[in-house]
Design a protein around this ligand. Structure first.
Ligand code: GLU
Ligand code: ZN
Length: 295
């Protein structure tokens, strides 16, 4: 079952510690790669320093190590890649594929989050402006390995989207597409909160001549209080001394079996066993899973 052409990744944002939901996503992407002898890379998506929790980066790395989720190669940090993002942005701007937007928050009120296009043909200078990518009036679709067919009309449902904020921060959508291509990622496994970002990423890939990875979006874990375990929710770090128990819980959330005998195994032993049993077809086809429903 060796398939060295598979390259996957885990790409945490250090706005907080890893929580159970991110463990589920990390575990799925790890096992999907390892089950076919593929590579598994780690990329720190540290594009937004003001929203970065102090110590989160090192805590994330430590948790991954403790949980036996060992990555291949050097950790990539997006904060080291501003030069590449800037070069791409300038190219898109020069080619007229992106444009400067000076709209205030107030001007955008009432447009339901879809940019109404005020600055599309205004020819504003880049200085002190957000940069938006023009989107085509087209439907972008893909077949997710778990969630099935997904499609979105970019013009009507998303609108021209920001690829660099007015304050100079590069947007996730731009960085993720460039970095996935640069790192040779051909399989993206991540949380279902990013399902509706995927069509934007497909458009950028097409624009830049990149090949399209396969996608697998795993359910998000919802807490009893209805909180999504997502980026914005600050949760405590995963306990370092309960790796095996939490990995078993995460495996079950992913529909995989985990016999009770493995409760005494090390994280590494459990992961090696799970990689052999991994079956992505068993992952629940839902975008949200209540934590209380987990065994
Ligand atoms: N950095 C993103 C997050 O933490 C994940 C990006 C991705 O996997 O494409 O939610
Ligand atoms: Zn504008």
């Amino acid at each position: 079952m060796q398939n060295s052409s598979y390259i996957g990744r885990f790409a945490p944002t250090p706005s907080g510690y890893l929580h159970f939901g991110s463990l589920v996503a990390a575990l799925a992407s790890y096992l999907d790669a390892r089950s076919v002898g593929g590579r598994w890379l780690l990329r720190m998506e540290d594009l937004d320093p003001p929203r970065e929790a102090p110590g989160a980066q090192s805590a994330i790395l430590q948790t991954l190590e403790r949980y036996g989720l060992h990555w291949d190669g050097e950790l990539v940090r997006q904060s080291d890649r501003h030069g590449e993002y800037e070069a791409l942005l300038q190219r898109l701007f020069d080619q007229g594929l992106a444009y400067a937007c000076t709209c205030s928050r107030k001007q955008l009120e009432g447009s339901g989050g879809i940019y109404p296009g005020h600055c599309r043909n205004a020819g504003h200078a880049r200085h002190d402006a957000a940069i938006r990518l023009r989107v085509p009036e087209l439907i972008y679709r893909f077949s997710d390995r778990v969630q099935g067919e997904y499609s979105q009309h970019l013009g009507r449902e998303v609108g021209d989207f920001v690829i660099r904020r007015r304050d100079g921060l590069y947007a996730y959508q731009l960085a993720v597409v460039l970095d996935d291509a640069w790192q040779g990622i051909n399989n993206v496994v991540r949380g279902a909160d990013l399902l509706d970002s995927t069509p934007r990423q497909l458009y950028l890939q097409e624009l830049l001549g990149f090949s399209q990875p396969r996608y697998l979006h795993v359910p998000l874990i919802i807490q009893p209080d209805g909180h999504k375990l997502g980026k914005s929710y600050r949760s405590p770090p995963l306990p370092g001394d309960q790796a095996t128990a939490l990995l078993i819980r995460a495996l079950r959330a992913l529909g995989q079996s985990a016999p009770d005998e493995l409760a005494d195994a090390s994280a590494e032993e459990l992961l090696a066993w799970s990689a052999r049993q991994w079956n992505a077809a068993l992952i629940p086809r839902t975008r949200n899973l209540a934590e209380s429903q987990l065994r």
